[in-house]
Ligand binder design. Sequence first.
Ligand code: AMP
Length: 416
Amino acid sequence: MIRLVRGFHDILPDETPKWAFILETARRTLELFGYREIVPPIMERTELFQRGIGELTDIVEKEMYTFEDRGGDSLSLRPEATAGILRSVAEHSLLHRDSVLKLYCVGPMFRRERPSKGRFRQFFQIDAEVLGDVSPLADAETIAAAHAIMSNLGATGLMMEINSVGCNVCRGEYRGLLRAFFEKYLDELCPDCQRRYHGNPLRILDCKVERCSEIARSAPVITDHLDRPCLEHFQAVQEALTLLGIPYRIVPQMVRGLDYYTRTAFEIVHEELGRSKAVGGGGRYDYLLKELGGPDASGIGFAIGLERLAMGLPDEDPRFTRSTDVYVAALGESARNEGFRIVNTIRSAGISAETRYSGSSLKAQMKVADKLGARFVVMIGDDELSRQEVTVRNMSTKEQVRIGMDRVVSFLQSLS
Ligand code: AMP
């Protein structure tokens, strides 16, 4: 048997109703907020991610699925959606038509991380982006959209964590302060962080290695070093969240794994799983679109991981339990064709119906009907056939009635 690629996973038929429910809810919520769907490809030129995500990020340094195609181009499977969406916006000049664009996309992302519970190499994200709006109200609205998806799904135990990572000006100064702080501990940092120290010391704050995070806990925090415009922006975001009644917590150490964020950064965290297994995250990016060849417009967005979202919802729930309305049990050779015809007539009327062609006994077919969760069983045996009738059994009350064959659909419709 040929098995799955490590870190990849199948979404099996028992799980897909829950996925469909999550996707429908997310789509409906985002469209309520004015987002429109965009479907970029899952593969882009490697350079897009190098420029968009940052050369010194874990994603670009060690997690991308990159290969040379037969034409000699370096291509990569997308590790996140923002860069591809912005490439598309720039390439098709979408911001020339609207001054503010709200886009969302759903699909698989690929990162060659170490697989563990809730961490895969192919995972699905719901990604939403607002382009062309600099107001802190747009930040709060974006956080509200992520929050609304969660609450419309009925997800519990989640918390919004927010921070400001400053802008190019104040972050430059803060970076200097961090370097001065970490210099004393350089020998104790992990090899990755020793590299980060030179390239981008903010990354050290994100390190999962015990000693590094222990040291990072007493490092200076960015919120103490924001310049006035960034500080005012951050305060305005907080006030707007309070106005909307969205609970949040400020986490000054949160810098997020991608380089492009400016000012607001946020994560949706499960109280039990913690930040290393966040359900979603996002932030503002004021320079990225220009960097990728688009207009000088700011953006803010978030991505929610579907696998982690699904993990937090029950497996069984009436909101996404699927069952068949009707099972048609034909008994005997001659009834088989009539059963075949009736099951299709019922389906044409928009009522879900199933049957089996194996010709097994009534008892065996009733078992199948039970397993499918059928609410009604339509039975046709020799006797029914000779009178052009069927017997309809209500599976919960066990009541049975005989009706004319030509009345099956109207009878079933009257019951539902
Ligand atoms: P990021 O794009 O890193 O900000 O991640 C946003 C969300 O995507 C996370 O909060 C997770 O829910 C999900 N996610 C990121 N990486 C993975 C992964 N390797 N496996 C499963 N979900 C992931």
